[in-house]
Ligand binder design. Structure first.
Ligand SMILES: Cc1cc2nc3c(=O)[nH]c(=O)nc-3n(C[C@H](O)[C@H](O)[C@H](O)COP(=O)(O)OP(=O)(O)OC[C@H]3O[C@@H](n4cnc5c(N)ncnc54)[C@H](O)[C@@H]3O)c2cc1C
Length: 459
């Protein structure tokens, strides 16, 4: 068996977590080998964040053309050219992919192409070759889950197949009212379809603040996006032209596609993790706050570690693991401070605790909230954005959570995350001047309201 030199770090998987670790390691002078079975960039770049956001941008343009008369511009939507949408999406992904490959090569990361299997805490085997390192970072990511016994084939698909479609569904059924389900339902609706979302929990966006879910449900109803909540699927069937489902209450629905968006499972099978003696929890790799696993010298980052499955969490964990191995001492990542954005229309953005979580953590009497409606925000009126900013604070104390819903509010989460992570008090933020007219100003107005001196709001 051929042998290669011993690297300081071997990283298995070059998605958001793995490539961030590799780039940071190389930056601090650590010799690193990065093993990737498919394309560097992983799910986020090729089958996740970027292609979905490119398509959602096409969807936004379609909606703007449809609504243009409202703004005094005459235009007519002739239809969606899905080949054109896909070409636009591919162009964005290809440019970023090329840039990423350039970065990886430019920083001197040793890219090893092929599927790796961990054979010891210091060795990964790739096509018969042993790649050896003093430390090992596991970053094999996640895959779309299905329901037990439900095969992904034909008209039953996950986001992987849905992103590669060369036809636009007319009446898709979307299983799951979480981030991925909401984004696809929104996208297809903008492309002219009548989607129906089926969610087992009691509301859409069940991980968000209750007020956000209610606002989203109202907005989706207005857009003609159907949804059934508290609904469990008990049977699925399909023919050449149709797919059907039966719910627990006996109701049947049919459509031209069933998107299964019921969560993502860790890629921890058949990669040698169990033989290594790694502690797993429902298949996820258990890691401490420093991202160390129970096996000395083995670290884990990204979607395989229990918690929020988000690319920016993977980046942050990858950077932190590389720095710790390099002898630096970055502070542990605080999960509750990681911002979350769902890019449906209206957008949802949040950071920190929901009102319910804050009340259960601190007691109902210790929590104050305020909602500032975007109706009072000049820029939102120009854009036709409806929604609100909701703040959750500890009475007499810092802001614990910021929750936003409305067109483009994802771009406002930057300020919100500084406020929550720096444990700012509303009175401190209320002193700061926000530019007028921006949507960002709505955050400033919400803080004025919470500090007891609302400006463009009724008391
Ligand atoms: C449709 C969709 C939309 C999303 N949108 C967003 C979004 O808007 N914002 C956001 O923050 N997140 C989003 N995500 C989530 C985001 O993509 C993931 O959180 C992120 O990609 C996780 O990074 P990772 O490095 O842990 O894993 P991955 O990106 O999954 O990368 C893992 C890599 O490891 C490789 N690999 C696996 N096993 C092996 C092996 N044995 N040998 C060699 N290589 C291996 C894989 O080929 C892959 O490239 C979305 C996901 C999906 C599916």
């Amino acid at each position: 068996m051929a042998e290669s030199p011993i690297h300081d770090i071997v990283i298995l998987g070059a998605g958001s977590g793995g490539y961030a670790a590799a780039l940071r390691a190389a930056q601090v002078g650590v010799d690193v080998a990065l093993v990737e079975a498919d394309k560097v960039g992983g799910t986020c770049l090729h089958r996740g964040c970027i292609p979905t956001k490119a398509m959602l941008h096409s969807a936004e343009i379609a909606d703007q053309v449809r609504d243009s008369a409202k703004f005094g511009v005459r235009s007519r939507l002739d239809g969606i050219d899905l080949d054109g949408v896909n070409a636009f999406k591919r162009g964005v992904v290809d440019r970023l992919y090329k840039g990423l490959r350039g970065l990886i090569a430019g920083r001197g990361v040793n890219l090893v192409e092929g599927r790796g299997e961990v054979v010891s805490p210091r060795q990964v085997r790739v096509a018969g070759e042993l790649i050896e390192g003093r430390q090992l970072i596991l970053a094999t990511g996640s895959h779309a889950r299905s329901l037990p016994g439900l095969a992904i084939e034909g008209r039953v698909m996950t986001s992987d197949q849905a992103l590669a479609l060369d036809w636009a569904p007319r009446n898709p059924i979307v299983l799951g009212g979480g981030v991925i389900g909401l984004e696809f339902a929104s996208l297809w609706s903008s492309f002219g379809a009548r989607p129906v979302i089926v969610e087992a929990l009691e509301r859409l966006a069940p991980n968000e603040d209750l007020a956000v879910s209610k606002q989203l449900e109202r907005a989706f109803r207005r857009r003609g996006i159907g949804f059934k909540v508290g609904a469990k699927v008990v049977d699925v069937w399909q023919s050449q032209d149709e797919v059907g489902i039966r719910l627990e209450n006996g109701e049947e629905l049919s459509g031209d596609l069933l998107l299964v968006a019921v969560g993502r499972g860790p890629n921890t099978d058949a990669v040698g993790f169990e033989q290594l003696g790694l502690e797993l929890d429902l298949g996820f790799v258990v890691a401490d706050r420093q991202l160390r696993t129970n096996v000395a010298g083995v670290w884990a980052v990204g979607d395989i570690v229990p918690g929020l499955q988000l690319a920016h969490r993977g980046f942050a964990q990858g950077i932190a693991a590389a720095e710790r191995i390099a002898g630096l001492r970055p502070p542990p990542l605080i999960e509750a401070g990681i911002p979350r954005v769902t890019y449906c229309d209206p957008e949802i953005a949040s950071v920190g605790l929901t009102e319910a979580a804050a009340k259960s953590e601190h007691g109902a009497d210790a929590i104050e909230t305020v909602e500032y409606n975007l109706a009072g925000n000049g820029r939102s009126q120009v854009l036709g954005a409806q929604g609100f900013v909701k703040l959750v604070r500890l009475a007499g104390g810092p802001v614990l959570g910021v929750h936003l819903i409305g067109a483009r509010v994802g771009e406002l989460i930057g300020e919100a995350q500084l406020i929550v992570n720096w444990e700012a008090h509303p009175e401190d933020v209320a002193e700061l001047v926000h530019a007028h007219p921006t949507q960002d100003e709505a955050i400033g107005e919400a803080f004025l309201a919470l500090a007891g001196k609302p400006l463009h709001a009724h008391v």
